[in-house]
Design a protein around this ligand. Structure first.
Ligand code: NAG
Ligand code: NAG
Ligand code: NAG
Ligand code: NAG
Length: 419
């Protein structure tokens, strides 16, 4: 295991490093087209074949033989390959990049030595890495407890429990756990059957600096999400929220990245307000993630009502989840929601998340999956995903879509010439 990790790290860093010098400087700022050969695999064609007959299906089918390019409309969620590759790892990033994601994501959390690392949640190491089955498991906030007497197995492991060097010794794996586990090894299982463990073979976890270096070497753009701390702040008595907000900016400045290539995100309005005030060149294109209207089936209007507040505060881009933006009309067709209409009226740019997170759509709808909760009545089959993307792109006018499988969005964007 250990041998594999270090070999992969060294190999990937060598590739990234050679990429930096191989790309002529004047081509480095990405314009949506790079010399990379983008490959989309069989999924777009599968989805098109699965669509209801109609002009959209015909139009998309005509694009299947066209050459495709990297596009900023396609945003790699947790790397862009996390439908099949462990999230927030080098392997997910490489997969999403090959599938044409023009903007790549790292979700931020901090370690005990205050280094920034890519993780979707500060306290998800017990479900996204092998930590409980290593000696580091003893350092977890809540070390592994086996299932017993009908009580589920538990563990809670946070990036802030360990140092960066310790974090880097972990293996990234598919998100999931086995609640019946009686051993730490059994706890690591639990991947939904529509994902796969095929690439869950000790994926390379990343520091934020390594993420920046790789994405820069590929000439792409960056979107870093400041995740909410799961420990009381100030951490260790003097690491404040403001230091955390500033540190993400400092790492881009130190790496010499032009702020126009960086899209910082947060669910916390105060984070965006901090960047607007203290790092305006980053703040002006910071993204306010908005999940204030949950559940979207009943309270999305409340979130829409607050958009004026954000607009007045200087926010330029809002990013609500898919169900905030679409609803179903009397004929069962997808249409823009009240929220979408309000955001457009205010002149706010919209980005949305996340496509390809729900598995087969008939199953998703049957279990009342969050992302399809406002369009349950109009959703029947996987091919409906392109109907959704089409309404988001053409009627709602989103500037980009996060996807767990970048090929799906890259294909649509290329077909419709959205770069
Ligand atoms: C879950 O854990 C139990 C108990 O350790 C084990 O018997 C079972 O095989 C595990 N399930 C999976 C999917 O690994
Ligand atoms: C933070 O506090 C620690 C002691 O807990 C101290 O060693 C360190 O110098 C302090 N750092 C700053 C920036 O004040
Ligand atoms: C809108 O959001 C801001 C910032 O989160 C909050 O302070 C305010 O109370 C909200 N207003 C409404 C009407 O929800
Ligand atoms: C879906 O249709 C059912 C039955 O017609 C209706 O009760 C329900 O409110 C609809 N759901 C949505 C989200 O429109």
């Amino acid at each position: 295991m250990h041998f594999t990790t270090s070999t992969v790290v060294v190999g990937l860093l060598a590739v990234a490093a050679s990429g930096v010098s191989a790309v002529p400087a004047k081509r480095r700022p990405d314009k949506g087209h790079t010399s990379r050969r983008v490959e989309l695999g069989p999924r777009p064609e599968y989805l098109i074949n699965n669509m209801d007959e109609g002009p959209l299906k015909d139009k998309l089918a005509l694009c299947l033989e066209k050459k495709v390019y990297t596009t900023h409309f396609s945003i790699g969620h947790r790397g862009g390959g996390c439908l099949q590759f462990p999230e927030e790892t080098m392997q997910s990033l490489v997969a999403g990049t090959r599938m044409g994601a023009g903007i790549q994501e790292c979700d931020l959390a901090f370690t005990s030595d205050r280094e920034l690392v890519c993780r979707h949640d500060q306290c998800d190491l017990h479900t996204t890495t092998n930590i409980v089955a290593t000696t580091l498991g003893a350092k977890c906030t809540t070390p592994f407890e086996p299932a017993s007497d009908g009580k589920a197995a538990t563990a809670k492991c946070c990036t802030s429990d360990i140092t960066l060097a310790e974090f880097k010794s972990l293996c990234g794996k598919m998100d999931g756990y086995n609640a019946s586990a009686t051993t730490p090894e059994d706890f690591l299982h639990g991947t939904p059957n529509w994902r796969t463990d095929l690439y869950s073979t000790c994926a390379t976890v990343l520091s934020h600096k390594e993420f920046i270096q790789y994405v820069d070497s590929q000439g792409l753009q960056f979107t870093t999400e400041l995740k909410q701390p799961r420990v009381p702040m100030p951490f260790q008595g003097n690491y404040t929220t403001q230091m955390y907000e500033q540190q993400v900016v400092d790492e881009y400045v130190e790496a010499g990245i032009n702020p126009s290539r960086v899209w910082l995100q947060s669910f916390v309005f105060e984070d965006v307000a901090y960047w607007l005030k203290h790092a305006p060149e980053f703040g002006r294109q910071a993204i306010l993630l908005d999940q204030s209207g949950d559940p979207p089936t009943s309270t999305v209007e409340k979130a829409a009502a607050n958009l004026t507040f954000y607009k007045d505060a200087g926010v330029k881009i809002v990013a609500p989840p898919l169900p905030y933006l679409v609803s179903v009309d009397a004929d069962g067709e997808y249409v823009p929601s009240i929220y979408a209409t309000k955001a457009k009226e205010l002149g706010l740019d919209i980005i949305t998340w996340s496509l390809e997170r729900s598995g087969p759509l008939a199953q998703a709808v049957a279990r009342n999956d969050y992302y399809y909760s406002t369009i349950t009545n109009g959703t029947h089959r996987d091919g409906d995903m392109y109907k959704l993307v089409d309404v988001l792109a053409q009627d709602v006018g989103v500037k980009g879509i996060f996807s767990d499988w970048s090929a799906t969005v890259t294909f649509y964007a290329n077909c419709m010439r959205l770069f």
